[in-house]
Write a protein that binds this ligand. Structure first.
Ligand SMILES: [Zn+2]
Ligand SMILES: [Zn+2]
Length: 176
């Protein structure tokens, strides 16, 4: 979907599983739906009495600013730092792990490296990450919203190893 608001607008899932609108890093929850208009208010509306609001046309998805000013910094997603580690896969390639989800290098750019989830092809997972282009660089940005549980690759690799072992045993049996 395309939006006419300046800055970045995207949908995110809240911890409770409801859709939220994220505008320039701030999250909004749906307040009222009236005819063709959805009113979104800042998720800090209750806690901090933040007045920031947007409204959205349902038919076009277009977002308009009602009141742009928050009375706080971006808090939602910064509360907990993600657990970031680098891992060398069995094949010897460098992988990025964020909160137990594994990423593989997708594209190396001048100053950044783009990473994609290992399940991108298999499960069409849309999770991505960007790090600075240093060896084991810091994470700039990530979307760690996956359509599958973490650590699938490890199980898959284990299953594959078992299969290979069985094949090897079978070959040995055939030889003997
Ligand atoms: Zn706010
Ligand atoms: Zn994924």
């Amino acid at each position: 979907m395309l939006f006419k608001t300046s800055g970045s607008v995207q949908y995110v899932m809240s911890v409770k599983g409801s859709a939220q609108l994220m505008i320039n890093g701030y999250t909004f929850t749906r307040h009222i739906v009236k005819d063709d208009t959805i009113y979104w208010r800042c998720t800090q509306f209750r806690a901090l009495r933040c007045p920031a609001r947007h409204r959205q046309r349902r038919s076009t998805g277009e977002v308009e600013v009602v009141w742009p000013h928050h009375n706080h910094d971006i808090l939602e997603r910064r509360k907990r730092e993600p657990e970031v580690t680098y891992i060398t896969s069995r094949k010897g390639t460098l992988q990025l792990e964020i909160d137990r989800y594994r990423f593989t290098r997708q594209k190396i750019c001048k100053s950044t490296i783009r990473w994609e989830c290992l399940q991108t092809k298999a499960l069409c997972c849309k999770a991505r990450a960007t790090t600075n282009n240093a060896v084991r660089g810091a994470v700039y940005y990530f979307n760690n919203e996956h359509n599958h549980p973490p650590q699938m690759e490890r199980r898959k690799a284990g299953a594959l190893r078992k299969l290979k072992q069985q094949q090897a045993e079978q070959m040995l049996n055939n030889v003997l």
